[in-house]
Design a protein around this ligand. Structure first.
Ligand code: BDR
Ligand code: CA
Length: 311
């Protein structure tokens, strides 16, 4: 697996899980500006991997800003530093010298050569992934699939229409969907329709402790619960990693999906076409990329998977 992140409280939940799960081989983590600026994203990512006991995982700095619009951070969700402004020592470890796109290219080239294909899990605005597929389309030969957090068949969160990651860089998302379709890469959208469902209760979180990973995990859930003023916190992006580890816990449906790129109120919306096959075939705008859209999740199972792995 390779994660592309904008860490972020819930990216941190995903990182802890991916770094510690014995069935996963986390090859690299690449960073993009999103929830906070790229410097904070990189520092947070290194910090979480240190807590997970995985300083061996290469981390590369990637796109600081979306393709054509400024970065618009979500500090109201993730805190000033993106990691909830926790009382937690920050990593000073250096990053991999390569740009995120170059690191992705190299990992995928090795994967294609060895036949050990990689699942790419973008949890951020997809700027790095779009640049990769446009610059090095041959890298797709190293991909097993892309499972991204982003989009929604229903309502948005950044706006009434659009989910934050897609709203942050709609052009990048449109490029990734089109390129994956053209290059024959399977794509799953882990969107808002399931994103908030996998919740760890405060009671469960307060039992976590005894290792830096478990301590950090507890603090992350406490912050998420504080943010949403609820009795627990969603592991958010962490659910997309659960879906790779345990795909049978996720229900998906194949649908054509387009990204709205116009500048109006619906910019960044993922338009999920749930019409009949014949209506889709007669669409006057032609075919759209078909991807698997997550519609339901076994939330308790995924919460348990996360809890046992991070502790
Ligand atoms: C997504 O946006 C960010 O706030 C989260 O990290 C997640 O990736 C949810 O819309
Ligand atoms: Ca994220």
């Amino acid at each position: 697996m390779v994660l592309d992140v904008d860490t972020g409280l819930d990216d941190a939940c995903a990182l802890l899980l991916a770094a510690r799960h014995p069935g996963l081989d986390l090859k690299a983590v690449t960073c993009a500006g999103g929830n906070v600026g790229i410097d904070d994203v990189v520092r947070n990512t290194l910090t979480v991997l240190d807590a997970a006991g995985r300083p061996d995982v290469p981390v590369a700095r990637g796109a600081a800003v979306p393709l054509i619009q400024p970065v618009r951070p979500a500090r109201h969700v993730h805190g000033e530093d993106g990691l909830g402004d926790l009382d937690w020592p920050r990593s000073t470890r250096p990053t991999d010298p390569r740009h995120a796109v170059e690191l992705l290219r190299d990992v995928l080239r090795d994967a294609a050569a060895t036949g050990e294909l990689v699942t790419l899990v973008p949890l951020a605005p997809m700027t790095n992934v779009a640049l990769l597929l446009r610059t090095y389309p041959e890298a797709a030969a190293g991909l097993r699939e892309i499972v991204f957090m982003g989009g929604s068949a229903g309502i948005g969160n950044a706006t009434a229409s659009a989910e934050f990651n897609i709203w942050s860089d709609p052009e990048a998302a449109a490029i990734v969907l089109a390129a994956a379709n053209q290059l024959g890469v399977a794509v799953t959208m882990y969107g808002l329709d399931v994103f908030y469902d996998v919740v760890v209760t405060l009671e469960q979180a307060r039992k976590l402790g005894g290792s830096p990973s478990a301590e950090l995990a507890r603090k992350l859930i406490e912050k998420r619960s504080e943010r949403y003023q609820s009795d627990g916190g969603s592991i958010g992006d962490g659910g997309a990693v659960c879906a790779v580890i345990d795909p049978s816990g996720l229900t998906t449906e194949p649908h054509p999906v387009r990204v709205e790129l116009s500048g109006g109120w619906s910019r960044g919306r993922t338009i999920v076409d749930t019409r009949t096959a014949s209506d889709q075939a007669n669409d006057v705008q032609g075919p759209a990329p078909v991807i698997q859209v997550a519609t339901a999740v076994d939330a308790e199972r995924y919460a348990e998977l996360w809890l046992t792995t991070v502790s």
